[in-house]
Design a protein around this ligand. Structure first.
Ligand code: ADP
Length: 446
């Protein structure tokens, strides 16, 4: 905005000293109104119209929106003596108003004594009886939008000057920019509202669907496992294999449904945690037990260095175990014949004490440009790993959100082809604000 005012002052340099001083005062006043703190855009426009009236010595000011095809002129903002009844919302036939002339011109229009001018017989004059009128066009997003005009029912004793026209042009530019800003804000707000509504609908749809699917799926898993038990001793290996396939597909589908249910609960803001003082090392050991079979399958070596005497943290143990299992199984899943190191410890970050759990693997690693996006739901690395290793791309998204709900976070360091370190951060301090996570940065080197 300052740039617009500066241009204005340069255009005025041909004037006498007094005129220049006068311009300086006007610019300062315009600038003050346009930058007034605590005013919304409507209030600022209204103040600007008031100021324009004062500086031009006129009594009526309007911001009008014009629709040439419909021949309408709609008052959006007005400033006028109350008894004139010039209010926002009034719509007039465009060709009965002086705005029709302004709109079809590229220049500001100024008439200081209409009854004695070439416009004395014009339709706008007969309709409005305005004796003085000065106006400029308003452009919004590069298109003609309407006009800003100042007028009076009385003739002005003196003609408008070029500087008056400059002033009205300047106010027109400023109003155009303000309307652009207002439209963008409204569009942004609407887009946000729509996105939030869509996200809520999606989340509740997924939550309902997942619930409906879980019941029959549990029945399929339960019955297939019962049948496996029943025929265990019969020696029918083919049927046992078929039933094992049914049960393991059922388990896979169930874990997928559980993940979808979790992420939709989190996104709908409905995941509730039950925080308890928890021994983190104990939880790590329990989680390790669940990944032992995969460690063996992938011929990985496990190194655990849990710090003794680790403080208890205020967490939801069931949810944290879910996070640990997810990180541990990812480390194993993406590492063959390698080393998985799990290390717990204390650290100070941003002057606050944290418990950290580091899960390091010597597996396939993650390309640098994909690290951040992996925390988005359904994101998997482009290394083609998901085809070989399966998975849904939900585990990390859920894990980070769970940690953040507990006031912590997860960060990653990774090098493609060399391996990755995922670190869980948990606040120790009881006064730590939940939902005030440490905002860790992910980095691509180790
Ligand atoms: P899923 O493992 O089910 O695909 P996650 O959200 O847990 O879902 O992981 C998302 C993606 O992040 C994985 O598909 C993989 O591409 C990448 N990833 C996660 N952990 C590792 C890891 N330890 N090493 C390499 N890539 C990983």
């Amino acid at each position: 905005m300052l740039g617009t005012f500066a241009m204005f002052s340069v255009r005025c340099t041909g004037k006498t000293e007094e005129a220049l001083l006068n311009q300086g005062r006007r610019i300062r006043e315009l600038y003050e109104v346009s930058s007034k703190a605590g005013f919304d855009i409507d209030e600022q426009i209204s103040e600007m119209l008031k100021l324009g009236c004062r500086l031009l010595n006129l009594e009526i000011a309007k911001v009008c929106q014009i629709d040439i095809d419909k021949n309408t002129n709609t008052f959006l903002h007005t400033h006028a003596p109350e008894e004139y009844g010039v209010n926002p919302g009034i719509q007039l036939p465009l060709d009965s108003t002086f705005c029709s002339m302004t709109f079809s011109s590229e220049e500001a229009i100024a008439i200081h004594n209409t009854g004695k001018s070439e416009y004395a017989d014009s339709k706008p004059y007969n309709f409005s009886h305005l004796e003085s009128y000065i106006a400029a066009n308003i452009n919004v997003r590069g298109k003609k939008y309407g006009t800003v005009n100042f007028s009076s029912r009385y003739p002005r004793p003196t003609a408008f000057t070029d500087t008056d026209k400059d002033l009205v042009n300047l106010i027109g530019n400023w109003v155009g920019l303000s309307l652009e800003r207002q439209t963008s804000q409204e569009e942004l707000y609407e887009a946000k509202e729509n996105a939030e509504a869509a996200s809520k609908t999606k989340s509740s749809f997924l939550a309902n669907m997942s619930h409906e699917l879980r019941t029959p799926l549990n029945a399929i898993i339960g019955y297939s496992e019962l049948m496996i038990e029943d025929i265990k001793d019969s020696g029918d290996t083919e049927q046992t294999q078929d039933l094992n396939n049914i049960a393991s597909s059922g388990h896979h589908l169930l874990s997928l449904i559980n993940d979808i249910l979790d992420i939709s609960k989190i996104e709908a803001g409905k995941m509730e945690l039950s925080l308890r003082e928890t021994d983190i090392n104990e939880l790590i050991n329990e989680a390790i037990e669940t990944i032992r079979p995969s460690l063996k399958k992938n011929r990985d070596t496990l190194v655990v260095t849990n710090q003794e005497g680790l403080d208890h943290a205020m967490v939801d143990p069931i949810r944290l175990k879910q996070v640990l299992i997810n990180l541990f199984s990812n480390a194993v899943k993406f590492t063959e014949n390698g080393v998985i190191s799990i290390k717990s410890g204390h650290t100070i970050h941003e002057e606050k004490p944290w418990i950290t759990v580091q899960v390091t693997d010597t597996g396939i690693g993650i390309p640098e440009d994909e690290i951040d996006s992996l925390f988005q739901p359904f994101q998997q690395s482009s290394t083609g790993a998901e085809i070989k290793y399966g998975g849904t791309g939900l585990g990390l998204a859920i894990s980070r959100r769970i940690c953040r709900l507990m006031g912590g976070d997860i960060s990653i360091k990774s090098v493609e082809g060399e391996g990755s370190t995922f670190t869980i951060w948990l606040p120790i301090d009881q006064s730590h604000e939940i939902n005030d996570p440490p905002k860790m940065r992910n980095v691509a080197q180790r």
